[in-house]
Design a protein around this ligand. Structure first.
Ligand code: WTA
Length: 635
């Protein structure tokens, strides 16, 4: 494909105003990049020096056991030391750390002082339950402040959090509890979504029934509906927080820079999700630097990252990085269009949001309701916009830029992954933009597009996206399965030691990156990352399905939707009712986000002679396109 077909005309490129450039932390990207590359460990050391450490590191980077890199070796810290403790010794203690609005319209604010106190109290509650350094705590909640408090309290005492997104079902939750071997689960009675209650406690009960490793369940009262509380196992959060044990005095555990901070499960090529592990030292340096430089966070800003804390975007850019920077963050509990499609724009206006960071799927969803909804609101507080999770299509880019950004705001399209901890390829506000490109690598990062042999692809030619050097925010391992980390990310280019992202991409003549999409069996649905193998194994776990194949098919709003092809077991009668049953079954096994838009029964699945399902053929058929090379196809 030639360049003209994917790079929009130069007349559509965007150049930041002098004011944006003048305000930016980094006014000259090329100079910053060159400086970082001249001596990368020294560059990261300089960034690390902006944070507090109990004890300074001996060595910035230990690459003796690559790809198991270690950063800030010998350093002692705790991410909570930087996210909270250090701020309450300054004027920042009075600054708002978190502004929150619930879907029904209730509001809460937390100053750094108050957030620090709540975290200390809950840290003591967790300690009183016997949670110690290195223990895992699973958190399964809606978007409420107590979720942030539970994460920080867990980190504070040196335990490891595993947040499971509230849209996952009981089986998905049970699997993740089991894998992490968490003895404590923190949840809430329910979450508000589109005026309805999502019964999280009920789902949690079923999950705990399946994975009895859980000894204690802490329940935040959010929706107030009746829930079952099992005596001796379940405790109300507010009761525990009122006990004398929940004092506001709580020591922050001194952690080694490489001690684990959290596990976050993400989908890959097999049915079993991977527990991506991040640590205290490198992650705090990487997330805070990337947020500060990319979104130019200043003290007077009101930052809204509209993701869910249950995903990496929320971990890095709702919870940790903004707090480390002493910023004021905003969080909203519910659906963007509840009760009307102007809810987000009303929130931007009411809270004076200055920087909004969201996903293309959300933009497309809101765009669908028309311009009148945002136009009713004064959005002039906004100064920067951001996007993440999937490629942003030109139409959505234009709408976001013109209707939300008043024809003047830049859109920072950030490419990164759960595994990378923070932004990898992203514009800085002072950089010229081409709609649809995530521009160039963050200073300190060497990204490339290569062919199967590892040669750099010429401009315009599609290839595999790789990262050629280590960075402080990179994953440390796959929890409990270090081999899988090597195999998944570092075996394709083992000789060169490069990290394989799993995306295909192109670069243009100016070195700008254009992400095309996943090359493995991962599908992005509404920005959520799902594995075809997970959905297929959910389908075949139903007694009526013998075999299943799942593909992602492009969708205007959601990026992709799931189509499933099922081979019924002998004697199974096919009906509409069965389709509904299977949809419900996937909902129970994984969650509503994984439910196929379409389930079709087939008498045969296209396979290679070695028995591998050719999803490519199914996809071509579903989209009415040529099937390509089918020479390996079995009869
Ligand atoms: C995709 C989300 C295009 C990509 C932070 C990647 C993107 C996967 C972008 C990781 C972007 C993320 N443009 N594609 N700006 N950002 N992706 O782990 O396919 O949920 O591999 O992390 O999302 O998804 P994950």
């Amino acid at each position: 494909m030639t360049e003209e077909t994917f790079v929009p005309a130069a007349s559509e490129w965007y150049y930041p105003s002098d004011e944006v450039v003048k305000n930016a932390y980094i006014q000259d990207y090329d100079a910053a990049y060159a400086e970082a590359m001249a001596d990368t460990p020294a560059f990261w050391a300089k960034r690390a020096e902006t944070l507090d450490w109990y004890q300074k590191w001996d060595k910035v980077l230990d690459d003796s056991n690559a790809p198991f890199y270690k950063w800030f070796v010998g350093g002692k810290t705790n991410i909570v030391l930087n996210a909270l403790d250090r701020h309450i010794k300054t004027w920042r203690k009075n600054k708002l750390a978190l502004i929150w609005e619930g879907e029904p319209g209730d509001k809460h604010t937390y100053s750094y002082w108050r957030l620090w106190q709540e975290v200390n109290k809950f840290a003591n509650v967790l300690r009183s339950m016997g949670v110690k350094k290195g223990d895992r705590v699973t958190i399964y909640m809606g978007r409420i402040p107590e979720l942030v408090i539970a994460m920080l309290a867990t980190a504070k005492i040196g335990a490891v959090h595993s947040v499971v997104y509230g849209g996952f079902s009981e089986q998905a939750l049970a699997d993740r509890i089991e894998d992490a071997q968490s003895r404590v689960l923190v949840t809430c009675d329910g979450a508000w979504l589109r005026g309805n209650i999502v019964e999280l406690k009920k789902i949690a009960d079923q999950a705990v029934h399946k994975s009895p490793v859980v000894e204690h369940v802490v329940v935040v009262k959010r929706t107030g509906h009746d829930v079952h509380m099992q005596a001796g196992r379940d405790f109300w959060y507010h009761d525990l927080m009122a006990l004398p044990i929940a004092s506001t005095n709580s020591e922050t555990e001194v952690m080694d820079a490489e001690d684990p901070l959290f596990i976050l499960y993400t989908s890959g090529t097999t049915g079993k999700p991977k527990g991506i592990l991040h640590t205290h030292g490198g992650y705090q340096v990487y997330t805070s630097t990337t947020l500060q430089w990319t979104f130019d966070i200043k003290d007077e800003d009101r930052w809204w990252c509209a993701a869910d804390p249950g995903w990496i975007t929320g971990h890095s850019y709702i919870v940790y990085a903004p707090l480390i920077l002493g910023a004021t963050g905003f969080m909203y509990e519910g659906a963007p269009n509840f009760p009307y499609p102007n809810r987000w724009w009303k929130l931007v206006e009411e809270y004076g949001i200055t920087i909004l960071y969201t996903a293309p799927t959300a933009i497309r969803g809101l765009m669908r309701f028309g311009d009148a909804w945002p136009k009713r609101h004064n959005l002039s507080s906004l100064r920067l916009l951001g996007s993440v999770g999937e490629p942003i299509n030109p139409e959505a880019w234009k709408w976001y830029h013109s209707v939300i950004g008043g024809n003047k705001l830049p859109i920072c399209d950030t490419w990164w992954m759960t595994e990378t901890g923070g932004f990898m390829i992203t514009p800085l506000p002072s950089v010229g933009l081409k709609p649809g490109s995530c521009t160039r690598p963050f200073p300190g990062i060497i990204a490339d597009v290569v062919d199967d042999e590892g040669n750099s692809c010429p401009p315009g030619v599609e290839g595999k996206l790789v990262i050629k050097n280590p960075w402080p925010g990179m994953l440390r391992t796959v929890y409990g399965d270090p081999e899988r980390m090597v195999k998944t990310y570092f075996s394709t280019y083992a000789k060169q030691g490069w990290y394989l992202a799993g995306d295909s991409a192109r670069r243009d003549e100016d070195g700008y990156f254009w992400i095309i999409g996943r090359i493995d069996d991962v599908i992005k649905v509404s920005g959520y990352r799902l594995g075809t193998a997970e959905i297929e194994s959910a389908l075949v776990s139903h007694p009526s399905v013998a075999e299943a194949a799942v593909i992602g098919v492009p969708d205007e709003v959601r990026g992709n939707v799931i189509y499933a092809y099922c081979l019924p077991r002998a004697g199974v009668a096919i009906s509409e009712e069965l389709v509904d049953k299977l949809k419900q079954h996937v909902r129970d096994e994984i969650g509503p986000i994984a439910v196929p838009a379409k389930i079709e029964f087939v008498s045969v699945l296209p396979k290679t002679r070695s028995g591998k399902i050719m999803r490519r053929v199914l996809k071509a058929r579903a989209m009415g396109m040529p099937e390509g090379d089918t020479s390996t196809l079995e009869e």
